[in-house]
Write a protein that binds this ligand. Sequence first.
Ligand code: AMP
Ligand code: MG
Length: 323
Amino acid sequence: MDTIMGGSKSIEFGADLIKKGEIVAFPTETVYGLGASAYNEDAVKKIFIAKGRPQDNPLIVHISSPIDAIEIAKEIPDEAYVLWEMFSPGPLTLVLNKKSIIPDIVTAGYQTVGIRIPNNEIALSLISKSGLPLAAPSANLSGRVSPTEAIHVYKDLNGRIPLIIDGGRCNIGIESTVLDLTKNTPTILRPGFISPEQIAERIGNVINHKGDIVRVESPGMKYSHYMPICPCVSALTTGSACELYDKNENAVILGTNSFIESCGNRAVVSLGDTPDDCMKNIFKALRDSEESFSYIIVESFKDKHGYFALNNRLSKATKGITY
Ligand code: AMP
Ligand code: MG
């Protein structure tokens, strides 16, 4: 079998190899990556060996949707969701605090992990088909120029890896911007296709890779965009929502039917059952509630599948205050 393969069969084959603990080169929109299951220490070791990469250089973990990040990272800040909504899939890697499911070898011993959603159909489908996040550096011998065509990978790594999936030439051709969101002020660790200004426009001040602060007058993340005129907070459970309700005068609880059904005779507003229902109803519910009540408690959708856009708006409405 040839090392370089194209087409859907190559993705199936690649996904099988990944599941078996092998390493596979695949295209992304930035450069070709050399991927292994980010959960499999032995598989990740093979990447370092094939590339001759020093073990103190961390790998980026590639996922196919922001939801996948919940398995890998803890304390995902609102800024991450705002940036994913704007720039993902795309050439932006976010550094977040890691969960222990990610072995230290992936992150070179750091307690943080770089996460990215590549904007390339083959890469996304390889991740989904293998059902695993892929730890992947660029698919070149360590120290060599990053590969932007399958043939570049072949020249460096033929004989060292079982498969190179050919997806043609990489659209962007330089590596992702790496942004550390674990610092007090978000900090660019590596410049890339997405500029500090583009990031600052969404989330406010950013420190660029030279250590200078990039300031913006009006970040698009301004909380006041979605802010009701009375206090508004979110609650993770019906129990904490009811507790808040009882402590505050003239309060109301907004949530999905399953969330509000055990609120007794407290004032509630239903947002419906599904993410689509909630998105359709949320702004009206907030507007109606601020007219009749003086304290709004909304169900928190943080980290819940399908509620990514809604959570982004609610984090602004509640200034990120969650009980
Ligand atoms: P490569 O994929 O070969 O471009 O290399 C990945 C690069 O991403 C590393 O060299 C670091 O600059 C950066 N990176 C990945 N994970 C982390 C992390 N946890 N902390 C800091 N930087 C990271
Ligand atoms: Mg590299």
